[in-house]
Structure formats: C-alpha cells, structure tokens
Design a protein around this ligand. Structure first.
Ligand code: DON
Length: 307
C-alpha cells in the first residue's frame, strides 16, 4: 500500500460515511439514544502504535465485544477443562439472545451468545466472590486488555438491568441445568455491568492487538492472559463472533472478530493488527453496517484475510 496509513484511514472513512442504512438497537432503551451518525476507526500495530480517525475519542459501551475477553479471563482463572464443562465452542446458528443449548446436556453452545456469556461471566475469578467483586475482577481484566482503567456507563447499566428479563430467563435456564450456581438476577447484574464498560475505538484496537499478540498488551507490555488462552479465544471468535453472519464474514473478511449492539466491532489478526470500529446502525444480524464495510475494505486493501 502506497498511501500513508493516516491518510488511507481518512479516505476509507469518507468512502463509508454515506451509508445510513440499518438502525440503532433500542431494546436497551438507553442505546436507542445514541447518535447514529458516529463513525470511527482505529488500528493498533504490534509495536503498540495506534492510528485512528473520525469519532475516535467518543466512548460507547462495549456490549458483546466484552464476551471474548470475559471468556479469556474465565480460562485464565479456571482453566480449559472447567470452562469447557460449562460452555461449548460450537456456533449456534441462532440469534444472540436465543436459548442456544445442547439439547441433551443443556450446556450453552458458546461464550459469544448471551446464555454462554452470562455463564462465562460467572466463571471469572474465585468461585466464592460476591457478585460485585466478580464484576470488579472482570472490569479490571477488560482494563488490562485496554491498557487503561475503563469506567462503567451507569445509566446504560441501569437501563439494561431494568429491562433484563430475557437475560434472566437465559440465566435461569443455565442455573436450572446446573451451569451457574448464583441467582439469575445477580448473574445478569454482573454480566450487564461487564457489557456497560466504556471504550473508544482506540481501546478496542489495543484490546484486539493484545489478543493478537498472544496476551501481551503492546502498550503496557503486561502479559494479561497466557498465550494458549488467546488461541482458544480467537478460535471461538472466528466461528461464533459475528453471530449468524460468521460464515459470510470469514469468507469475505477473514479476520477473527466480535461485534456488539452499541455498534462497536473488533478485529484481531494474529501477530499483525488490532482493529476497532464504531458506527451505531446495525444490520439484521446485529452487526454494525459501516463497521462491517470498513473491515471489508481494510481486509481487501491490506490483504488481511487469514487464508
Ligand atoms: O445482553 C445483551 O443483550 C447486551 N448486553 C449485549 C448484546 C450484544 O451486544 C449482542 N451483539 N451484537
């Protein structure tokens, strides 16, 4: 590529800015208030350099992009065997808030859908932690991936908790099947706290690069999780990170990725680059319309496809 990276990213953003299709998620009332025109992109390189354009200092809630990181923390704290007993690694083929469980065992299908993510949240830290203490361990872990202390958007948390009943139904199913052992309301309180952590695209790019470097944060130098954990997390992101669009995404873009309902998108290409994108309007799968476009272009222009 001939054009210097900052100019290239600005051109890319301008090319994608005109698409106003899709709609912001409003099933969490507070998310419906988001400015739909926000658009930002960041890339982090293995040496920790971050390039960013657009609304790159705007914070938004991380939502489902927290799921691979909570999975990483659970693997760090409980090990592969125990985590695997509680949550599988197979794509569900269902929307993210479905009761996607193995029909025989009741085990949640994977950690990227809500029922698996609520279960995964409960596996972080020591089993005797209180709900609040566990949420604090998760927030601390997310912050270590980002290389700075992340805050929680309390109004989004309150909004999501006050409309929590579908997630409580999922947590109740997981509890009834023996995969979580705390009260469903408490599990959802902690999980929605995790989803309400505030990030920028720059944070997402550093978090993605940390996964792509086998757990070493390129900015702080901290080894946040062991290398084997990142291999596991990136594998599950590859098959399950973009929900029902995961196959299409893998063949077109070819970068392990995770999206969230507030419009964030994270891409993590092993050894090479961490990507953060943000644009709140979502497609029918729940993925950011312009975030997907930005990544498609990046992948094609910079030959980032994993294959
Ligand atoms: O539990 C929920 O519904 C949200 N906290 C997160 C969902 C989400 O981000 C799905 N992503 N596309």
């Amino acid at each position: 590529m001939q054009t210097p990276i900052p100019e290239y990213l600005t051109e890319l953003l301008d090319d994608c800015a005109g698409d106003t299709s899709g709609a912001t998620a409003d099933y969490i009332p507070e998310l419906g208030e988001a400015d739909p025109n926000r658009l930002a992109l960041a890339l982090c390189t293995p040496d920790g350099t971050v390039y960013s354009v657009g609304d790159d200092s705007i914070e938004f809630t991380i939502q489902s992009i927290s799921k691979p990181f909570a999975y990483a923390l659970a693997l760090r704290d409980r090990g592969m065997e125990e985590v695997d007993e509680h949550v599988g690694v197979e794509p569900s083929g269902d929307p993210f808030n479905e009761i996607s469980v193995d029909p025989e065992s009741g085990r949640p299908r994977n950690p990227m859908i809500n029922i698996g993510a609520i279960t995964t949240h409960c596996l972080v830290g020591n089993p005797s932690l209180t709900t609040k203490a566990r949420a604090a361990v998760v927030l601390d872990g997310l912050s270590r991936f980002a290389g700075r202390t992340l805050e929680v958007d309390e109004s989004v948390h309150a909004s999501e908790y006050s409309t929590r009943y579908r997630n409580v139904a999922l947590a109740s199913m997981a509890r009834s099947n023996g995969f979580i052992d705390i009260e469903p309301d408490d599990a959802v309180w902690g999980y929605t706290m995790q989803c309400s952590a505030l990030v920028t695209v720059r944070d997402l790019s550093v978090m993605a690069m940390t996964l792509a470097l086998g757990g070493r944060n390129p900015v702080t130098g901290e080894q946040v999780v062991p290398q084997w954990v990142c291999r596991q997390v990136l594998s599950v992101m590859t098959t399950c990170g973009m929900y029902d669009a995961a196959g299409d995404w893998l063949s077109h873009v070819g970068i392990p990725a995770k999206s969230g309902v507030s419009g964030g998108l994270l891409g993590s290409l092993p050894g090479q680059v961490g990507i953060g994108a943000f644009s709140p309007r979502l497609d029918d799968f729940g993925n950011s319309v312009r975030g997907v476009q930005l990544c498609e272009r990046l992948s094609a222009d910079m030959s980032l496809h994993i294959m």
